[in-house]
Design a protein around this ligand. Structure first.
Ligand SMILES: [Zn+2]
Length: 488
């Protein structure tokens, strides 16, 4: 008996040692930067150029016939007027009439270029929400330290901040070491087929293979929202795919006075239940694993120990993270029944009924693998499962979080936002980046502004705005990033 006890306590001791060693070796991955002087920004002047861009209603509606060509062309003109040095120095190519590609030739043409991205279009305003805006959505009003209006976060601030940065650098006599492309699509909000995809095809034809693209996507999350209670800059290294399945049930119809045992709506209900209760598995590897590699070391000791020993604690961690909808969505392909249809009259049993189920696909899975999973878990000959219309996009590839380019973005960020913890992460929405996988080694998704607790609903929502201080920092970030590309 003593021997058993002795063996058990020795094993326990060994386990504790392993856990502690792993925790001690789980060290910070944050780049250290020395303080440096950032460029001076004339906050009022830059805000008024952003404001003018916001006032142009470059709206992408679901119906592409409602596209306002005049507004996009006015935006081109506004950029030309506002950034004369950029337009005198960079080569500008208009793609598909409305998208813009600029090329700033680097000194060293041997080195791979860098592509900075943004988009010219914005989402519409729901007419019934217009009265809820504190200032009219296309006023571009500068008030209370903010520029207000649709596009101030998504995505005209990225657009004009990049151009402000380059205008500033040219004026100071700077020449980039490597070539910088600026790629501005005009239809990101409807998928980017006419804009980003065409720009990427154009670059490919020119034989361009960039080091990386940097597009909108994630941002700095305010400490109040961050799990580590420090401002956290999340650099998106991947984005989820999209799929809608149509699940159709068929049983015998007829008069509702004599219902049979097998009812169409019940069969459909069982199918929904099967899908929701047998979701695709959650995982701590891939892009979510990368997030915890970076955030784990910044956590208090006990949490740090959990993440340093995922080989043991993964089931516990998953159980906790799956309970919250935001973290759950980072870990798995999500399943969301969204629309249902069936029946024509209250006293008629429907012979068929269907539900649409929307999935956001985790990198590593595909629309086909999700379809196969759905068929398997429903497993009912009375139910047909198919991809709805053409609504499927595979997830993006996962870009590297150990590349020089990732390091460079992280360094630029910490130079402009000292103390911010940087981590790679998975973007739950879609961007134009997916079109650039073949023209760049890596695709990163990050907008250099800080999102506070009440800011998330502003994106694509009401009262979108950006602080003048925040906007100045965006410009400083792009300046720093371009300067740093010499060290890639
Ligand atoms: Zn956007």
């Amino acid at each position: 008996m003593n021997k058993v006890l002795y063996t058990l306590s020795a094993m326990l001791g060994l386990l504790i040692i392993i856990l502690l060693v792993n925790t001690v070796l789980f060290t910070s991955k944050q780049v250290s930067v020395s303080p440096l002087e950032l460029i001076e920004v004339d906050k009022q002047a830059v805000a008024s150029r952003l404001s003018n861009a916001v006032q142009l209603k470059t709206v992408s509606n679901q119906n592409s016939n409602e596209f306002d060509a005049t507004a996009i062309l006015q935006l081109h003109q506004h950029l030309a007027n506002s950034f004369p040095q950029v337009h005198a120095t960079l080569e500008k190519t208009v793609i598909n009439q409305f998208s813009l590609l600029y090329k700033w030739n680097g000194i060293n043409t041997e080195q791979k270029p860098v592509i900075l991205m943004a988009h010219l279009d914005v989402v519409p305003i729901e007419p019934e929400t217009a009265p809820q805006w504190e200032h009219p959505p296309f006023s571009g009003l500068i008030s209370d330290g903010f520029v207000w209006g649709r596009g101030t976060l998504d995505n005209k601030s990225n657009l004009t901040a990049q151009l402000e940065a380059i205008e500033n650098l040219i004026k100071s006599g700077f020449r980039p070491e490597r070539t910088i492309f600026l790629a501005y699509g005009h239809d990101e909000e409807t998928g980017g087929e006419q804009g980003a995809r065409a720009i990427a095809d154009h670059l490919k034809k020119q034989g361009v293979q960039a080091s990386f693209t940097l597009d909108e996507g994630m941002m700095i999350v305010d400490k109040k929202l961050s799990p580590i209670k420090k401002n956290t800059g999340i650099i998106g290294i991947a984005e989820k795919g999209y799929l809608t399945l149509k699940v159709l049930a068929r049983e015998q119809g007829g008069h509702s006075s004599m219902p049979p045992e097998k009812l169409t709506l019940l069969t459909l209900a069982h199918a929904i239940e099967s899908l929701v209760s047998n979701q695709l598995p959650a995982s701590l590897s891939g892009s979510s694993g990368a997030l915890f590699d970076y955030l784990g070391p910044e956590m208090p000791f006990l949490q740090k120990m959990l993440f340093a020993n995922r080989w043991l604690f993964e089931p516990v961690i998953l159980m906790v993270l799956e309970r919250q909808k935001t973290t759950n969505a980072m870990l798995r392909t999500t399943t969301a029944p969204t629309m249902i249809q069936g029946g024509v009259k209250e006293n008629v049993l429907p012979s068929q009924a269907h539900v649409l189920v929307n999935f956001r696909i985790l990198p590593g899975e595909t629309p086909q693998s999700v379809l196969a999973h759905a068929k398997k878990v429903i497993d009912d000959p009375a139910v047909e499962v198919q991809i709805h219309q053409s609504s499927s996009t595979p997830p993006s590839r996962v870009s590297r979080s150990d590349s020089e380019a990732f390091h460079l973005i992280a360094k630029s960020l910490r130079q402009v936002f000292p103390g911010t913890v940087i981590t790679p992460g998975l973007l739950l929405a879609a961007t134009d980046s997916k079109h650039y996988e073949t023209v760049a080694d890596d695709n990163y998704r990050f907008s250099p502004f800080t999102l506070g607790p009440d800011d998330i609903p502003r994106i694509h929502g009401n009262n979108e705005r950006i602080g003048l201080e925040d906007y100045a920092k965006m410009i400083q970030f792009y300046v720093q990033l371009i300067r740093n590309t010499a060290d890639l």
